[in-house]
Write a protein that binds this ligand. Structure first.
Ligand code: SF4
Ligand code: SF4
Length: 172
């Protein structure tokens, strides 16, 4: 399956869940998960190639700000982490169309062996809401991602790109 096909598959599950539960918590304006990353996201080569397109289209000033945040993120030892791309003033994602797979599936997919990804939705489920919603299978997503090239931390992909551009780059 290509990355585009995986996106379409996830979009279909998202649409189905929203149709069944119009009040589904995961919607525009909520960026709590973008502020509570457990670790630096790991991206496949295919995901990075797409994200790179989005980043490259940003203004020089915006990209410089993200580069500062990437560098800080690579050195941060405390957790959780905030995504260096999040616009903290508006809760918007500046690379929404090019965002990684986990950003698309989070809030709609769960591992079959237990545990939902979003603690806020998990709390709703624990309270008895959304009992009939069919979650996406995150293990299936992970199997598809496994065929999409090498995996590196976001900060490392970014540093390599910046290093190619200016001969430098920050250590990860
Ligand atoms: S996954 Fe949870 S925290 Fe993230 S946007 Fe959806 S509801 Fe908000
Ligand atoms: S890439 Fe966008 S959607 Fe994903 S964590 Fe960062 S700001 Fe949030």
């Amino acid at each position: 399956m290509s990355l585009t096909d995986l996106h379409l598959s996830i979009d279909q599950r998202v649409v189905a869940i929203r149709a069944e539960a119009p009040d589904w918590l995961c919607a525009k304006g909520c960026a709590n998960c973008c502020r509570r990353l457990a670790e630096v996201p790991q991206l496949t080569e295919a995901e990075w190639a797409l994200l790179h397109e989005g980043l490259a289209a940003l203004s020089t000033e915006h990209l410089a700000l993200i580069a500062q945040r990437m560098q800080a993120l690579a050195q941060q030892t405390t957790r959780p982490l905030t995504c260096p791309m999040l616009d903290e003033a508006t809760n918007a994602c500046p690379v929404y169309l090019q965002r990684p797979v986990v950003c698309r599936s989070y809030g709609f997919y769960a591992r079959r062996d237990g545990g939902l990804y979003c603690s806020e939705i998990e709390a709703q489920v624990a309270a008895g809401l959304h009992a009939t919603v069919v979650w996406g299978n995150h293990e299936a997503v992970e199997r598809e991602l496994a065929g999409m090239g090498e995996v590196r931390p976001l900060t490392e992909w970014f540093a390599r790109w910046q290093g190619e551009a200016d001969g430098g780059g920050f250590p990860c």
